[in-house]
Design a protein. Structure first.
Length: 337
């Protein structure tokens, strides 16, 4: 008679008698309801700021896929953001193409290819040397956009002015409200696609390369392919963010995408938590709203106040919002039943 080995079911963690999985679904539902209601209770200026924060969250998410999940440091994602923004603006202003169709072109066709091609020579670089290469890219792109060779398309230093789209189908909402919902829908789609990517074979290859490139290669992972693919996907997502940013701001100019903006995106990733996708939204909110808070405290010393607040955040939670979430889970674990 054969005895079957004893099997144990994995423990189900609960808070207040309800499994954590159900709590996550409930909180997600509440968050979506709040997100849908926000435009009806805020003024257009605040709706615009929240929309811009969501757009930046997409760019930080793209950067996080490259740095947090593939281990490649980049200080040049403002370049991909600028390319996406200019692609959308040129298509709308010069070719009268609907803004909806500019986003796939800005990401899938232009930014993905540009990021993939940039990733090829970057294969020889690692760590701070790769960061310096992307830093050079962030410095070069704004200057290239001012060049007289492409001035006919880019508008040179004056940039391009585009028109903010109206709500379709005669919906009785403002332009800012419609753009908010449009951006929110795209963000949800990108977030879900990113999660599925990380759970796929390609996502596991990304993380294997991040953890140990030699071991990943020994296991049969095509390191060169997946590193360049990570650059392409990251640049593509950032390009979508740039296209949305151009539509929201209604203006693109080279000086809007300087190295300062690239550092802001990197800062948002660090504050949100490297390698944690939900932190992208926290980081975006930080780089959008904290400077305003600093200016309200002291207009003359807003930069110093921002630096102090940033220092406190890094000192108290060096791993960003991800560390706060981990502490919250540990506290919730004390109430398991």
């Amino acid at each position: 008679m054969l005895l079957r080995p004893e099997t144990r079911e994995p423990p189900v963690y609960a808070v207040a008698g309800m499994p954590l999985a159900q709590w996550k679904v409930i909180l997600l539902g509440i968050g979506l309801i709040v997100a849908c209601v926000i435009p009806f209770v805020l003024k257009n200026f605040y709706i615009f700021q929240i929309t811009l924060a969501i757009i930046y969250a997409i760019a930080i998410l793209g950067l996080n896929l490259l740095t947090g999940f593939n281990g490649q440091f980049s200080l040049g994602h403002s370049a991909f953001y600028a390319i996406g923004a200019y692609t959308a603006a040129i298509m709308m202003d010069g070719f009268d193409i609907n803004y909806v169709w500019t986003l796939p072109a800005a990401a899938a066709v232009v930014c993905f290819v540009f990021g993939f091609l940039f990733g090829l020579p970057a294969l020889r670089l690692e760590g701070i040397y790769l960061a310096l290469a992307t830093f050079a890219l962030a410095i070069a792109i704004p200057q290239a956009l001012k060049s007289t060779v492409v001035e006919h398309w880019t508008g040179g230093v004056q940039g391009i002015v585009i028109i903010k789209p109206d709500a379709p189908f005669g919906l009785p909402i403002s332009q800012d409200m419609w753009l908010y919902y449009f951006t929110l829908a795209i963000t949800i789609a990108i977030y879900v696609a990113s999660i599925n990517l990380l759970r796929s074979r390609s996502g596991r290859a990304f993380m294997a390369i991040r953890d140990n490139e030699i071991a990943a290669s020994a296991m049969g992972v095509n390191v060169s392919l997946y590193k360049t693919l990570a650059f392409g996907v990251s640049a593509g997502i950032t390009g979508i963010s740039g296209g949305l940013g151009a539509i929201a701001v209604q203006f693109v100019a080279p000086d809007s995408y300087t190295i300062t903006f690239a550092i802001s995106l990197f800062l948002g990733m660090v504050v949100g938590g490297v390698g944690w996708l939900p932190g992208s939204f926290v980081g975006a909110a930080f780089i959008i709203f904290v400077p305003n808070i600093s200016e309200s405290i002291s207009k003359g010393l807003s930069g110093a106040v921002f630096g102090v607040l940033l220092f406190l955040v890094i000192f108290l939670v060096p791993h960003g919002a991800r560390q706060v979430a981990i502490v919250g889970q540990q506290l919730a674990g004390r109430f398991r039943r």
